[in-house]
Design a protein around this ligand. Structure first.
Ligand code: PLP
Length: 384
């Protein structure tokens, strides 16, 4: 089985060289647009590509407003600040995520509160959240959600769309409304993923994208906040040193951040975004082939949840147990075909071992079994 998997992956990428998990593709106008910023000298914090990238991304995702920043982690930090997450607050999230989700909470001097994920989405479970809150939380006289013991405010809920598979948003929105939690989506992995026809990142107050080098499209490093006009205006202000517009004076009306995306990176983003539909198409072709390949095997491919259209950023399978997983990891990596386990649960990291949590049975179960497979855009889909 493992030999035939290695052969299968090599066939997709038509190479005997090392096959990475995810490599970017620059086969559009990247060179042209990046060179244009260099020729213009506007490579840094001012320039037309930032505005254009924001407009194009808002149009692609059907968001009211998109605000570009230097990476996805910075976008998460600002999103939580805009949700008024204060020191000492708790923010609900999943333990099965990339560390940036939790770090952004810590940057606000708040703490994560971990609830379990669903096996069908790999993302935050609305039922697990509701059950935890029913047992351990209350709504106080100000309408704030607080823990019964310690009276700590639970301000927001930050689910993550794992590998581009949307969480169960309808139920999650209901639970967040019931418990007065502000919903913020970590959509870093789900650009091009839709829940019931609507782009992920548009369901809460703010959604966050990442354009790191390993994501479905890249700006080198970059991120984006998707939100409404008013919040977007605040986000722009806060991420550009909170400077009041003036022809020559320097007036800053609060402590802002220099989180701007440089024009150079935005130019790369504009060129990548032009190709995103082709990337998405290629990833669906590859995902369908993986699903077909694993049909009837001991490995269960991870497929898009019902009612969703996933971007299949990273393909994954669920092994029967951790022994089988380790065997697969070892054999494929030894053969130069890169595979990876899912992240260590955040609750296992020393920095978050003390965090509050509910039962994490599904996260533990998936954590021991999930493996990601090479998922770059297929060579046949790359225009020459
Ligand atoms: C990539 C990613 C981020 C943001 O990462 P940056 O490298 O800061 O752009 C945040 N959350 C998740 C789940 C991610 O995968």
């Amino acid at each position: 089985m493992l030999d035939s998997l290695i052969r299968f992956v090599r066939n997709q990428y038509r190479t005997n060289e090392f096959i990475p998990l995810h490599a970017p593709v620059f086969n559009g106008r990247e060179r042209e647009l990046v060179l244009d910023t260099i020729n213009s000298t506007f490579v840094s914090s001012v320039g037309t590509y930032v505005d254009r990238f924001e407009r194009d991304m808002a149009a692609f995702t059907c968001s009211q407003r998109a605000v570009a920043v230097m990476n996805g982690t910075a976008a998460l930090h600002i999103a939580l600040k805009l949700a008024d997450v204060l020191p000492g607050d708790l923010v609900v999230t999943q333990s099965l995520t990339f560390v940036a989700t939790c770090n952004a909470i810590a940057y606000c001097s708040a703490e994560p509160l971990f609830v379990d994920v669903d096996r069908s989405t790999l993302g935050l479970s609305p039922a697990a959240l509701d059950a935890w809150l029913a047992e351990y939380a209350l709504i106080d006289d100000n309408g704030d959600c607080r823990t019964r013991v310690g009276h700590r405010r639970i301000r927001a809920c930050l689910p993550m769309h794992t590998f581009g598979h949307p969480v169960e948003l309808d139920s999650l929105i209901t639970v967040c409304e019931r418990w007065h939690l502000i919903l913020i989506e970590d959509a870093a992995e789900s650009l091009g993923s839709y829940y019931k026809g609507r782009h992920t990142g548009n369901f809460g107050r703010i959604g966050v994208l990442s354009f790191n080098g390993n994501k479905i499209m890249t700006t080198g490093g970059g991120g984006m906040l998707l939100t409404d006009e008013i919040t977007g205006k605040r986000a722009k202000h806060l991420t550009t040193t909170a400077k009041i517009q003036h022809p020559y004076e320097f007036v800053h009306d609060e402590i802002g951040y220099n989180y701007r995306l440089p024009n150079l990176n935005a130019a790369l983003g504009c060129a990548q975004l032009e190709q995103l539909p082709a990337f998405l198409e290629s990833k669906r072709i590859l995902a369908a082939r993986y699903i077909e390949f694993f049909k009837g095997s001991e490995f269960q491919p991870i497929v898009e949840p019902e009612g969703c259209r996933s971007n299949y950023w990273l393909n994954g399978i669920i092994c029967q147990d951790s022994k089988q997983r380790d065997e697969l990891l070892q054999t494929t990596n030894n053969a130069g075909v890169m595979t990876r386990p899912i992240w260590a649960l955040m609750t296992r990291l020393p920095i978050y071992t003390h965090a509050l949590r509910g039962p994490l049975d599904n996260a533990e179960w998936l954590g021991a079994r999930v493996v990601n497979l090479p998922s770059s855009v297929l060579p046949e889909s790359i225009a020459s």
